[in-house]
Design a protein. Structure first.
Length: 210
């Protein structure tokens, strides 16, 4: 009969991977100067919430115990959150600035023209060159210069809105970490934030470096 065992030290810390041996289940036992505990099945090492958690034997049951100070775990999590947010922010900025000088110039033209009230003479004269060029490109759809300007600004504002969302996500998760009561909760917050950011990147067809 195959039973599972794990080696533990005098401090009740499990120090080895679980192992299977062909012998009847006998609970705790000693062998070659080492202490073992019988287990109902293999240990699920994926249950470790943080890298600093250690598996201890408590009342003959393996339990994960956090060993790092909570302040250290918080600081590491905040650094990780900032890094994940920066990765997504840079991916967004890189997408925004693939033709950066052109986009910035045309956006500035469109914004100034809209703030001035879309001044335009008969026949379309008076619209900024960049705005008029986009309207000309959309001639099949019958776009006016005003439609072109609004589209340019809507696109620019959309990307800025995404950057605002990244910032909001970063700030909220950092505050959640600061108020978390234990390491496992902090680890879950960090993991969830990474999932949210990867989902956002996937929706935008962006590649993250993190």
């Amino acid at each position: 009969m195959i039973e599972f065992f794990a080696e533990f030290d005098p401090d009740t810390r499990i120090v080895s991977q679980c192992l299977a041996v062909e012998r009847p289940y006998q609970g705790n036992f000693m062998e070659a100067g080492r202490s073992y505990i019988g287990l109902p099945g293999p240990i699920d090492w994926s249950e470790q919430s943080t890298p600093t958690e250690v598996l201890h034997l408590i009342d003959e049951v393996p339990k994960w115990i956090e060993t790092a100070p909570l302040a250290q775990i918080r600081a590491q999590a905040i650094t990780a959150i900032d890094a994940a947010a920066e990765s997504l922010r840079l991916a967004v900025v890189n997408r925004m600035t693939m033709q950066s000088e052109e986009y910035r110039r045309v956006e500035a033209q469109a914004r100034a023209w809209r703030e001035a009230g879309y001044p335009e003479e008969e026949g379309g004269a008076g619209a900024p060159r960049g705005v008029a060029g986009w309207a000309m490109a959309k001639w099949r759809d019958g776009w006016t210069n005003r439609q072109a300007a609004d589209d340019i600004l809507a696109t620019a504002d959309g990307w800025m809105h995404i950057l605002d969302e990244v910032r909001d996500l970063r700030l909220m998760n950092k505050e959640d970490v600061r108020h978390a009561a234990e390491g496992a909760e902090i680890a879950a917050i960090t993991a969830d934030m990474r999932i949210d950011m990867r989902a956002m990147a996937a929706q935008l067809n962006l590649t993250l470096t993190e």
